[in-house]
Design a protein around this ligand. Structure first.
Ligand code: SF4
Length: 118
């Protein structure tokens, strides 16, 4: 009697377990980043020099996105929540951004560094 079907079944089971184990840290990172963003102070465009340099606004509809058009999405659809530099999708309206370490930006915000998420 051949043991190939059993070995294949065992291999499939091991692959499934390893795949599940690999997904746990990724899920934790996303959840941690989202929770982390909630605790950060919001970027204040009135006082933050980086925000002023990048023309960050918490409400993207108030920005001249068409004038600073970036490739990848229509200007009207470009917001922090679909930018390459945000660190997790917002659940509470805020996201962490790699360009503003230690602070959070509005998910519906925008700045001139907006880049289409890969
Ligand atoms: S880099 Fe992206 S996520 Fe960060 S403030 Fe600018 S548009 Fe928003």
């Amino acid at each position: 009697m051949s043991d190939k079907p059993l070995n294949k079944s065992r291999r499939d089971a091991v692959k499934t377990m390893l795949g599940g184990l690999a997904a746990v840290p990724v899920m934790n990172l996303v959840a941690t980043a989202a929770a982390y963003a909630q605790d950060l102070p919001a970027v204040d465009p009135a006082t933050d020099p980086t925000a002023q340099a990048l023309k960050y606004v918490a409400d993207a509809t108030q920005a001249d996105r068409a004038g600073a058009a970036r490739p990848g999405l229509p200007a009207a659809e470009q917001v922090c929540n679909n930018c390459q530099f945000h660190q997790a999708y917002a659940e509470d309206g805020w996201v962490a951004c790699t360009l503003f370490p230690g602070k959070k930006v509005a998910a519906g915000g925008w700045c001139t560094s907006w880049t289409k998420q890969a």
